[in-house]
Design a protein around this ligand. Structure first.
Ligand code: C2E
Ligand code: MG
Ligand code: MG
Ligand code: MG
Length: 294
């Protein structure tokens, strides 16, 4: 437990304060050191165009392997980075590492059309973000149109109007913005109007229920229709079966990603995946053959 002194000199003891205080500090400094020493990695998951199975882009997902604790999920270390003031640094790292990799693939002759990077809502509190993005793109010889930034709806919660300004400036550079995990937040529809986005990603919880649950199909269909009307690209995430693929294509989704195509892979393995005969561009044909239009 941790004893805390109040200004009045009264001392109290709280069990509630103990666990985060004790457990989080070592992890926090480990994350700080991992960032400093380049021990974080990005893995990349292909995004496939449903019309012809061609590669639409890749999404970068952060990975951290701790010496003693093993792999720590981003679901855990991203919030930690937010809490301990490391999120700006982590965001800059993801951007530069992702752009470096995309440029390297292209130099190697691989046609990777675009790169999606996840940023935290708090990254958009930073008025310096647009400048960092522009610098990173220029430094790696990429165009703004090569980059998509994925954000969640909560980008507009608990934030100042500055956030919207940063989003608009980023969009003004020509970078695409994608609304991630769509359908899990609230007041989604009003956010759609306020955010300068070009893409919506249907949350994978809807996709995993598609085969069994008529309501999920109805909602997924509504999101596809909405995207179409607003001129946004509808992307479905977490596709694991051909049946989900078939249903989503029928509902009007343009792009999908999920274990059906590939798990997130290290950069060199993604490069190899692209050359496999039944995947990537030529896989496209295999994919299209497998699911004839309904
Ligand atoms: P997300 O951006 O919605 O990413 C999709 C998550 O679903 C990833 O989990 C991915 O590995 C997983 N996934 C992909 N296909 C399938 C599938 O077919 N089935 C299932 N069950 N899962 C699938 P991951 O890599 O653990 O990332 C979790 C979340 O952490 C991401 O959700 C994103 O919000 C956040 N994240 C990851 N990397 C970064 C980063 O560099 N920066 C920030 N700010 N957030 C990140
Ligand atoms: Mg994402
Ligand atoms: Mg998502
Ligand atoms: Mg998610």
């Amino acid at each position: 437990g941790r004893a805390k002194s109040l200004p009045e000199g009264i001392c109290f003891f709280s069990h509630e304060l103990t666990p985060p205080g004790v457990e989080q500090l070592p992890l926090e400094s480990a994350l700080r050191s991992a960032l400093e020493h380049g021990q974080l990695r990005l893995h990349y998951q292909p995004q496939v165009s449903l019309a012809d199975g061609s590669l639409y882009g890749v999404e970068a997902l952060a990975r951290w392997r701790h010496d003693e604790l093993g792999d720590i999920s981003p679901v855990r270390f991203i919030p930690l980075a937010e809490q301990c003031g490391l999120i700006d640094e982590l965001g800059r790292w993801s951007l530069s590492e992702g752009c470096r990799q995309l440029a390297a693939w292209r130099r190697a002759g691989l046609d990777v059309p675009s790169l999606s990077i996840n940023l935290s809502p708090s990254n958009f509190h930073d008025p310096g973000l647009p400048g960092v993005i522009l610098q990173t793109l220029t430094g790696s010889g990429l165009l703004p149109s090569d980059l998509t930034l994925e954000i969640t709806e909560s980008v507009l919660l608990y934030t100042s109007s500055n956030t919207l300004k940063v989003l608009q400036e980023v969009r003004g550079l020509g970078v695409r913005l994608s609304l991630d995990d769509f359908g899990t937040g609230f007041s989604s529809l009003s956010h759609l109007q306020r955010l300068p986005i070009q893409e919506i990603k249907l949350d994978r919880s809807f996709v995993s229920d598609l085969e069994q649950d008529a309501t999920s199909r109805t909602l997924s269909k509504a999101v596809a229709g909405l995207s179409d009307n607003l001129n946004l690209t509808a992307v479905a995430e977490g596709i694991e079966t051909w049946e989900q693929y078939r249903i989503l294509r029928g509902l009007g989704y343009r792009v999908a990603q999920g274990y059906l195509f590939s798990r997130p892979l290290p950069g060199d393995e993604l490069a190899h995946w692209l050359t496999l005969p039944r995947q990537g561009f030529s896989a496209g044909r295999a994919v299209a053959d497998c699911c004839s239009p309904e």
